[in-house]
Design a protein around this ligand. Structure first.
Ligand code: BTN
Length: 243
């Protein structure tokens, strides 16, 4: 993929900006990177903590020839690309927490938010948004997330390391993107799954349903066994780990 990188100091959300640019016709490979976000967004209406410098906040405009039901592969390829990158550049037990997070030693270090525009003729564009806690923020993580969030690196902000991480991640994404739609990285995703075999809660609105995660299926859905013994397949939604 040929990247065209646009850098900003402060934006509300790189995904919001990328969607506006995609609507105006920005080409595939346009990358928005911000030093800081004032309204960084996560899945399910959650916010994404995006302080200055210590994180990577990036959105990539993609225009894949992919049936809309396979759009989940964009998130999955990004998870595998992130996993490869963190493993190459840092130490720790890095895993993919279905469906869109990277964990280090049981705490979240990266999140992925893919937003797609689907029209009658199919997938028009997708914005792949990636947020990475690279370095520990000054003053630490806010109280609400300090027990569940961590950073990829132990050290404080280092510009060269951030650049190296960004370049390698973009390379890994480009490599995997060549094979999108061909189911080539589902095994790598599966082998590095954090939740397989774990006791989890399936979160449905305010409801927390106890279950056990069984396996990631070929279409990246998750098969679970509920406490009643009943089996279910989750294609999206959220889960939390039971401790
Ligand atoms: C999640 O944790 O559910 C996903 C978090 C995704 C955060 C990234 S940061 C860059 C891009 N812009 C956003 O507003 N969100 C994504």
């Amino acid at each position: 993929m040929n990247y065209k990188i646009l850098r900003y100091d402060c934006v509300e959300s790189t995904n919001t900006l990328a969607k506006a640019l995609a609507k105006e016709g920005a080409c595939e490979g346009t990358v928005i990177i911000a030093n800081k976000q004032t309204m960084g967004r996560g899945r399910l209406g959650k916010s994404f903590f995006s302080p200055s410098e210590t994180g990577l906040y990036m959105s990539i405009i993609l225009r894949p020839s992919l049936p809309p039901e396979k759009a989940v592969e964009i998130t999955s390829l990004a998870a595998v690309a992130l996993l490869r990158t963190v493993k190459k550049l840092s130490d720790g037990d890095f895993k993919i927490k279905w469906v869109n997070d990277i964990y280090k030693n049981g705490k979240k270090v990266c999140g992925i938010l893919t937003e797609s525009s689907i029209t009658a003729s199919g997938l028009e564009y997708a914005v792949l948004g990636i947020g990475v806690n690279l370095f520990a923020p000054q003053g630490g993580f806010p109280d609400e997330i300090k027990n569940i969030a961590d950073s990829v690196f132990e050290c404080t902000f280092n510009k060269a390391k951030k650049e190296e991480f960004t370049t390698l991640l973009l390379d890994e994404i480009s490599l995997l993107y060549n094979d999108i739609g061909k189911n080539r990285y589902v095994d790598e995703y599966r082998e590095n799954s954090y939740i397989t075999g774990k006791k989890i809660f399936v979160l449905k609105g305010d409801e927390k349903i106890p279950a056990r995660a069984c396996e990631i299926l070929d279409d990246y859905s998750l098969s679970v066994t509920l406490e009643s013994g009943e089996k279910a397949v989750l294609s999206s939604g959220d889960i939390s780990i039971r401790v």
